[in-house]
Design a protein around this ligand. Sequence first.
Ligand SMILES: *Cc1c(COP(=O)(O)O)cnc(C)c1O
Length: 400
Amino acid sequence: MAFKPANNIQDLQYFGEFGGVNPSISDSSTYTFLSAKTMFDTFEGNADGCYLYSRHSSPSNLYLGEALAAMEGTETANVSASGMGAITPVLLQLCGSGDHIVSSRTIYGGTYAFLKNFTPRFNIATSFVDITKLDAVEAAITEKTKVLYCESVSNPLLEVADIKDLAALAKKHNLKLVVDNTFSPLSISPAILGADVVIHSLTKFINGSSDTVGGVVCGTQEFINDLRNVNSGASMLLGATMDSLRASSVLKNLRTLHIRIQQHSKNALYLAERFEQLGLKTVYPGLASHPSHTLFKSMMNAAYGFGGILTLDVGSAEKANALMELMQNKNLGYLAVSLGFYKTLFSAPGSSTSSEIPEEEQKEMGLSEGLIRFSIGLDDDIERSFQTMKSCMISLDILK
Ligand SMILES: *Cc1c(COP(=O)(O)O)cnc(C)c1O
């Protein structure tokens, strides 16, 4: 039977203290114990259902974590203060000095910078590979490799990872497959396809209102317990904890995610098809011309579509900048990084979110100067938006 992530979220019930339809917010950093013995047991990790201190866990964070675990089909989850606050502890929990990571080379700029510039301080080395070439991925694996890291749909090039095949490879070499699923919540369920750990930046589609940063790690109870361990857990010790008030507000936004993703996907597909018909260099996994269109289709939960992100290459940085400024003036969206807002957001990754990647490497991976990344909004009348975008392009000579 098909996996139904939105049903799994909706089937959970949490009532508030007075029968409220939303769970009560735990507005406390610390918790009292009736006996000193229970406090000791809780420190040792042996007192289920007891809260100790909110950097470790809090009821509000657990509610949100359980809803996200239900969405991804994992045993449990741990929410964090940001997406990077989820990614960095996972990698540091799984790898120590002398270990090696094989990572997709087209990943979020912050993750790339962490692996390229920061983890070498701890003697953790990373090989960056073309994740769509399974033989190249396997060739990069050494005896020291502990983690295979990728994004299900990559930022910003929209390469699609074959999660089933990568999971089989990870199993064969006894590695953990860690997948950042930020670009494709609901559409792709990496854990169901075999990933060991699934990460999201909640900042993007999941929260969807561009009012906070947040993150989550979804995985087995054992792994999440390791991350939270008082003595050796990277999440607990590095301390990127989400605040309870924020966890409660993200949970409320999560309840409408399925409707938003359907609209983002519908609008993005409409625009991608029209842009392609106009002869523009358009990349969107929902287009038959996308090299991994069939692969995406074989992995997706069909109801949610191909996601809200598309890219256009308009030829030069000057044209890209002029188009983005004009579109902002016409109220088509905002010249801003990030994604998943109700309004369309656009940015040129080469000079913004992927600027951590050296120019040479940007070229090699196909990240050109004229590339614009669009996070398509929830426009009710996408045809009107398209017509205005088209006239912007005509006036800038991008379209003849
Ligand atoms: C934004 C983003 C991150 C980082 O998340 P923050 O919440 O900004 O820390 C990680 N991965 C991807 C794919 C992202 O888009």
